[in-house]
Design a protein around this ligand. Structure first.
Ligand code: NI
Ligand code: MN
Length: 229
């Protein structure tokens, strides 16, 4: 079965894999970059990297409307249950689980994770999705960390990295991250949503091509990319 990926702005991705539609960090309401609204998006599964509002986003509303399975760390899933969600699966850092659409593994991320109402969102995470198009790493919000070397040792087809700076890695540290991760393809995220995280994406892409072995891909908002093996 084919796997495709669509960037929906900020750190929001829709991945179709194993016959299921997976949303990562579904942030539509209040997202100036969003091209679709929370009440029209489809999902079978939602995975949330950490508790911040621009990542939890519209998870509760979408899950209530679609019945999608919500996967996140233990603390965020506990909070989701308090919001009335019942189709949930708690995990935590270092753990992986084989679902019917893909295997999901949570990684470390260096960041915060407080939930929108001030509740404890546990530790922030990244996600490795093992699909029929290889391993896809979504770093979440994070600074550079040397253990990216260990994540890279898993053999990544694709890495989606924040490059916006200020709250996460900026473009320069993302180049160091790519050298540790050594993915085949690298996608930028968490940039240009607001003026504070504006970046020159073409300059970034040129630096990636010049300095690393990864191929930079700048997805077009809302346009599905087929991921080959
Ligand atoms: Ni964050
Ligand atoms: Mn964020």
């Amino acid at each position: 079965m084919a796997t495709s990926l669509t960037w929906l702005g900020h750190s929001t991705f829709q991945i179709v894999t194993g016959g299921k539609t997976v949303l990562i960090d579904p942030f539509f309401t209040g997202n100036p970059a969003a091209t679709v609204s929370a009440d029209e998006v489809t999902a079978d599964v939602i995975i949330v990297t950490h508790g911040h509002a621009d990542h939890v986003g519209d998870t509760v509303d979408i899950a209530k409307r679609t019945g999608a399975l919500v996967i996140s760390n233990f603390e965020i899933i506990d909070w989701m249950q308090k919001q009335g969600l019942t189709n949930v699966h708690p995990m935590h850092i270092g753990g992986s689980h084989k679902f019917d659409f893909a295997t999901v593994k949570l990684t470390i991320a260096h960041h915060g994770s407080m939930l929108p109402d001030g509740s404890n969102g546990g530790s922030p995470t990244g996600i490795i999705l093992t699909t029929d198009a290889g391993k896809l790493y979504f770093a979440g919000d994070t600074g550079l960390f040397y253990d990216m070397k260990l994540i890279g040792e898993e053999g990544l087809s694709l890495a989606a990295l924040p490059i916006g700076n200020n709250f996460t890695m900026g473009p320069e540290d993302s180049l160091r991250a790519i050298k540790l991760l050594e993915p085949t393809w690298v996608l930028p995220m968490h940039y240009n949503t607001w003026p504070l995280i504006e970046q020159d994406i073409n300059a970034w892409s040129e630096q990636v091509a010049a300095q690393t072995s990864a191929k930079p891909v700048i997805p077009t908002l809302g346009e599905a990319m087929e991921l080959g093996q």
